[in-house]
Ligand binder design. Structure first.
Ligand code: GRF
Length: 202
């Protein structure tokens, strides 16, 4: 399966996917596209010989203009799957619809709780005893698409958003490659009714 990854930052989830691919998972990341020129994830991609591209959203007059340039860049690689790996831009419904069933995201909360930003701080403020991360198919609703797999972590006494984020991120690095592998194996799909379907055991 050919994959294009979209990033904005550190790219540690991208790294987890690269590691899985190098350990024999049946997918290949063809290109990494970042909206941030200085994203460290671009360097990670280069170190592994993966093509990189920067599309700075500031160079476009509006969201639709950026998204159509982004779609053109992605479609140039003709990928079977697009993964959002810490990509910090909201995508237009037209973009999302174009990639229906082949666009995945990872979000650092137990969806449907805490869509949007600052999830770790919000979980702490709510007094949650449990927090986590979710891999989901992307639909037009921000962080609202159907969840495929979640990882749970405890909230521990003395946690601050940083310590909690680190605990969650470690699990992100497990569940994202797992889901991409399922998709690459042809075991995971988004049904016409909008529900994810997995053949076989988790
Ligand atoms: C992760 O927590 C991801 O879930 C989120 O942004 C963070 C990105 O981290 N939306 P990285 O760039 O993959 O290291």
């Amino acid at each position: 399966l050919s994959v294009v990854a979209l990033i904005s930052g550190s790219g540690s989830n991208l790294q987890a996917l690269i590691d899985a691919q190098e350990q024999g998972a049946p997918f290949r990341i063809l290109a990494v596209i970042s909206n941030e020129p200085d994203a460290f994830g671009l360097e990670r991609a280069r170190r592994h010989g993966i093509a990189t591209e920067v599309l700075n959203h500031r160079d476009y007059p509006d969201r639709a203009g950026f998204d159509s340039a982004l779609a053109a860049a992605i479609d140039g690689h003709d990928p079977g799957l697009v993964v959002l790996a810490g990509f910090m831009r909201i995508l237009t419904p037209a973009f999302v619809e174009h990639y229906r069933g082949r666009l995945l995201n990872i979000h650092p909360s137990l969806l449907p709780r805490y869509q949007g930003l600052n999830t770790h701080k919000r979980a702490l403020e709510a007094g949650d005893t449990e927090h986590g991360a979710s891999v989901h198919f992307v639909t037009a609703e921000l962080d609202g698409g159907p969840v495929v797999l979640q990882a749970r972590v405890p909230v521990l006494p003395g946690d601050d958003p940083g310590t909690l984020a680190a605990r969650v991120l470690k699990q992100e690095h497990v569940i994202y490659p797992t889901v991409v592998r399922w998709f690459a194996e042809g075991r995971l799909r988004l049904e016409a009714d909008g529900r994810p379907h997995l053949d076989g055991e988790v």
